[in-house]
Design a protein around this ligand. Structure first.
Ligand SMILES: Cc1cc2nc3c(=O)[nH]c(=O)nc-3n(C[C@H](O)[C@H](O)[C@H](O)COP(=O)(O)O)c2cc1C
Length: 381
């Protein structure tokens, strides 16, 4: 176990020890052969920053706004399903950490703690991520709940009409709540910190979906089977217009990986888009989000706000994404590792590591204001 936590990988190592194997794998792994998952990291690593010297960088500012929300740095927490199983009450803890840090938090449709439970736990309005399900009445009721909770943006996820297969989840038989097989029991017995906290919390199944779950029980067969039955493969831009008519506030469309789709999203009324391949969890073989970003920015960068996720683990990554035209980034795994490692304090640590890395990297590229970051911070031989 790392003695001193110096980077996100340390949090990942700790989370691996503290969370049950099936949950850790669910967070950590990607779809199919994981080529896209690897490309997300490799392509960030291949970008070089431009070292500049003898520039007064004493006073630096990381402050910005993301989709109308003030942010202490250009990072938001991405929506992640089952966060309340990585750590008991995970969504509430992550939302509190984000609030204290001054960055936006996004609650997933597939969260364990409900919209209302998170609303009751924080003062700062959060963003709500929305999956349009087959039952449009139910989908509309979720939008109403997000409105009632005063969510400050609705984030429509577009890249999960069907689920990309994640081999590990099938092999582990991932269910919610975890199925108590002998193998799981032995694993959980070796994770007492996780198990005790889970025993104490009332939040154990999908908090937003209790009415939509199979009758007679809140447990599911397997997650992938349930998603296959509920998620709607017929989804089209028409449906986005329908969502736009239900939600007058800020609308973010997440899961854009193509300039043509970016144009469609803007035409459909998106206030922002998230360039994303779902963290390498959906179409394996797709390019990394960071490699696609410049073309999407060229296509729509003057007409909408462009955020990016998939592969961001450090402040250097954030700087590179901004240099290539993103206004901000979101982090998924980077905060989940923190959560699995140390609960709320771990999410704060994950954010704090990124803040310090971004701050130092800005200084070493001769940049004082995060809002002034552009291609000038990149090394172009
Ligand atoms: C465990 C996990 C669960 C996720 N669940 C959702 C979800 O419910 N809705 C969604 O829009 N995206 C979901 N995502 C994708 C994230 O919002 C985000 O796009 C991705 O994590 C970014 O890549 P990164 O993990 O490399 O930061 C999930 C990602 C992870 C890792």
């Amino acid at each position: 176990m790392p003695q001193v936590i110096t980077n996100n990988e340390d949090l990942r190592q700790l989370a691996m020890r503290r969370a049950p194997r099936a949950i850790f794998d669910y967070v950590d792994r990607g779809s199919y052969d994981e080529t896209t998952l690897r490309a997300n990291r490799a392509d960030f690593d291949a970008i070089q920053l431009r070292q500049r010297v003898m520039i007064d960088v004493d006073q630096r500012s990381l402050r910005t706004t993301l989709v109308g929300t003030d942010a202490s740095m250009p990072v938001a927490l991405a929506p992640t399903g089952l966060t309340g199983i990585m750590h008991a009450d995970g969504e509430i803890l992550a939302a509190r950490a984000a609030q204290a840090f001054g960055v936006p938090f996004t609650l997933s449709t597939m969260s364990i703690c409900s919209i209302e439970a998170v609303r009751a736990a924080v003062m700062q309005p959060f963003w709500f991520q929305f999956y349009v399900m087959r039952d449009r009445g139910y989908a509309a009721s979720l939008v109403e709940r997000a409105k009632a909770a005063q969510c400050s943006a609705l984030m429509l996820t577009a890249d999960l009409q069907v689920l990309g297969q994640r081999h590990r989840d099938l092999k582990n038989g991932l269910t919610v709540p975890p199925r108590l097989t002998l193998r799981n029991l032995l694993d959980i017995a070796s994770k007492p910190r996780w198990a005790l906290a889970m025993l104490r919390t009332p939040h154990k199944s999908f908090g937003n979906l209790s009415d939509a779950l199979p009758a007679g029980g809140k447990g599911l067969s397997t997650l992938s089977e349930w998603i296959a039955s509920q998620f709607d493969p017929t989804l089209s831009w028409r449906d986005v217009e329908w969502v736009r008519s239900l939600w007058p506030g800020k609308l973010i469309i997440k899961g854009i990986l193509d300039p043509d789709d970016a144009r469609h999203a803007v035409d459909a009324g998106a206030d922002a888009i998230v360039v994303s391949n779902h963290g390498g969890r959906q179409l394996d073989g797709a390019p990394s989000a960071i490699s696609v970003l410049p073309r999407v920015v060229d296509a729509v960068g003057t007409r909408t706000e462009v955020l990016l996720d998939s592969g961001v683990r450090s402040g250097q990554d954030v700087l590179k994404a901004l240099a290539l035209g993103a206004r901000g980034t979101m982090i998924g795994k980077a905060f989940l590792y923190g959560l699995g490692a140390m609960g709320q304090a771990g999410v704060t640590t994950a954010l704090d590591l990124i803040r310090k890395e971004l701050d130092v990297s800005m200084a070493l590229t001769g940049t004082r204001d995060v809002q002034a970051v552009g291609p000038q911070v990149l090394w172009r031989p």
